[in-house]
Design a protein around this ligand. Structure first.
Ligand code: AMP
Ligand code: ZN
Length: 460
């Protein structure tokens, strides 16, 4: 079955044709490991993971590369300010390496909690200084860059076109769209590919231009070329990366080898919180661990992401998480009922559901539509192992562990006894006693929910 992706490069949905049959080479811009990853960052990672799973569902072998930025990402995209790693190191009184190791570890814990697969290749910027330097030299030799007293700048005016992803026009920029900070820059949109290090700079390497360090964009160009070649299939990231980072990656590849590196560019939209931006000042910067600390299975957040297409804005609310938590429990219970079912269902019915699920995921990862088929299967009135098997197949894309059974053994015996007493009170229609026991259970940190199939106990 054909797969269609919305390609930011061409601004339309296109049929997917990989360079090599049956194999997909893909690059995703990874985290800058200077702070905790938020659930917003994780939305982008979930979109990329869904893409991986959809490609594999279609039989493709994957070579997926993700970088870890541990140098060169300045606090402003306009080549100004401090390196984010050094800023955190200073603020937390640690070395840049300690900062990188700490936040890289936390990042991978988040991925694990959300059942996000690790890409085949994860590569650190600081391990690829040689490759970056070689690329800078190549760009320089081909006349696409120039030296100033502070940096090596990419000269965007040397390109046939700059702004292909975001649609910006160089002529319009000249009239001063961006405030320029470096008077040595030839064009407002020129950007640093290599930066000369000040005297006491912590992270620097020898180069033909003295002790220096890489610009942020060059790491992705150098590492994608090293592991995937000058041309590969898919490049992904969040939409914020389109106008600068990805535009500059394209410029660098054109400068080094005359090619646009990826054929398909896929970008995930932002997560909003209560309809607005996530920000420290609003106190609404949430992490995966906040979801876990409120007693939810982190896969609730994974399922929550399927309520919206990856190119649409998704609005996070705790209410949304609460209702998705109920949905996840229902999906898992529904799966168990089918697993124990004995009905024989006609192959056409199973095939039709499989076909519609497959069409939905292949239509630019239409997960909300795919979920409607999942629900249809779960709620199918006749209970059958055939549907359980179908749901297991769907779960290779969903990754919500639909076959997971709730572990009641983690609930202390004292709570289970109180729940039992409450069951008796309810059977005797002693509502006052039932309410009293519910309050007591909740004081002890557990909530009980009466469902049509019985009762659910959760930590608060
Ligand atoms: P940051 O560390 O905040 O620069 O974010 C790293 C990457 O995560 C960004 O480049 C985005 O692509 C992605 N990201 C950040 N915030 C969000 C959000 N609220 N929703 C979706 N993706 C996000
Ligand atoms: Zn990148």
């Amino acid at each position: 079955m054909d797969i269609y992706f919305y390609n930011t490069l061409t601004k339309r949905k296109e049929i997917f044709k990989p360079i090599e049959e049956n194999k997909v080479k893909m690059y995703s811009c990874g985290p800058t490991v200077y702070k905790d990853a938020t659930i917003g960052n994780m939305r982008t990672n979930l979109f990329q993971d869904t893409l991986r799973r959809v490609l594999r569902y279609n039989g493709y072998e994957l070579k997926h590369v993700m970088n870890i930025t541990d140098v060169g990402h300045l606090v402003s995209d306009a080549d100004e300010g401090e390196d984010k790693m050094l800023k955190s190191a200073r603020e937390e009184n640690k070395s840049p390496i300690e900062i990188a190791e700490h936040y890289t570890k936390l990042f991978f814990e988040d991925l694990k909690n959300l059942n996000i697969e690790k890409p085949e290749i994860v590569c650190k910027a600081t391990d690829h200084i040689k490759e970056m330097l070689e690329m800078v030299e190549k760009i320089m030799e081909r006349g696409f860059a120039y030296e100033t007293s502070t940096a090596i700048y990419f000269d965007v005016s040397k390109l046939d076109e700059y702004g292909i992803l975001s649609g910006i026009k160089l002529d319009e920029q000249k009239s001063g769209a961006r405030v320029d900070v470096d008077p040595e820059k030839k064009n407002p949109y020129d950007f640093a590919i290599w930066i000369k290090a000040p005297e006491n700079h912590l992270m620097k390497w020898d180069s033909p231009w003295g002790p220096s360090y890489p610009g942020w964009h060059i790491e992705c160009s150098a590492m994608s070329t090293k592991y995937l070649g000058e041309e590969f299939d898919i490049h992904t990231g969040g939409i914020d990366l389109i106008p600068t980072h990805h535009e500059n990656e394209i410029a660098q590849s054109k400068g080094a080898c005359g090619k646009i590196p990826a054929h398909y560019w896929l970008h995930g939209e932002y997560l909003l919180i209560d309809g607005g931006k996530m920000s420290k000042s609003l106190g609404n910067v949430y992490l995966v661990k906040d979801i876990i600390n409120r007693g939810y299975d982190p896969l609730v957040y994974r399922l929550f992401n399927f309520s919206c297409h990856y190119r649409g804005k998704l609005n996070f609310t705790w209410q949304g998480i609460e209702s998705t938590s109920i949905s996840l429990a229902r999906l898992r219970e529904g799966y168990q009922k089918h697993l124990r079912g004995t009905a024989e269902i006609a192959d056409e019915i199973i095939n039709d559901m499989e076909n519609r699920f497959h069409q939905a995921i292949n239509d630019d990862l239409n997960m909300p539509l795919a979920m409607s088929v999942v629900w249809e299967a779960v709620k199918y009135p006749e209970k059958s192992v055939q549907i359980a098997r179908l749901l297991e197949k769907f779960d290779t894309v969903l990754g919500i562990k639909i076959d997971e059974v709730k572990k009641e053994e983690n609930i202390p015996q004292e709570i289970l006894d109180l729940v039992e007493k409450r069951k008796i009170a309810r059977a005797e229609k002693n509502w006052a006693e039932s309410d009293r026991l519910r309050d007591l259970i909740s004081q002890k940190g557990y909530s009980i929910k009466d469902t049509k199939d019985g009762m659910e106990i959760q930590t608060i």
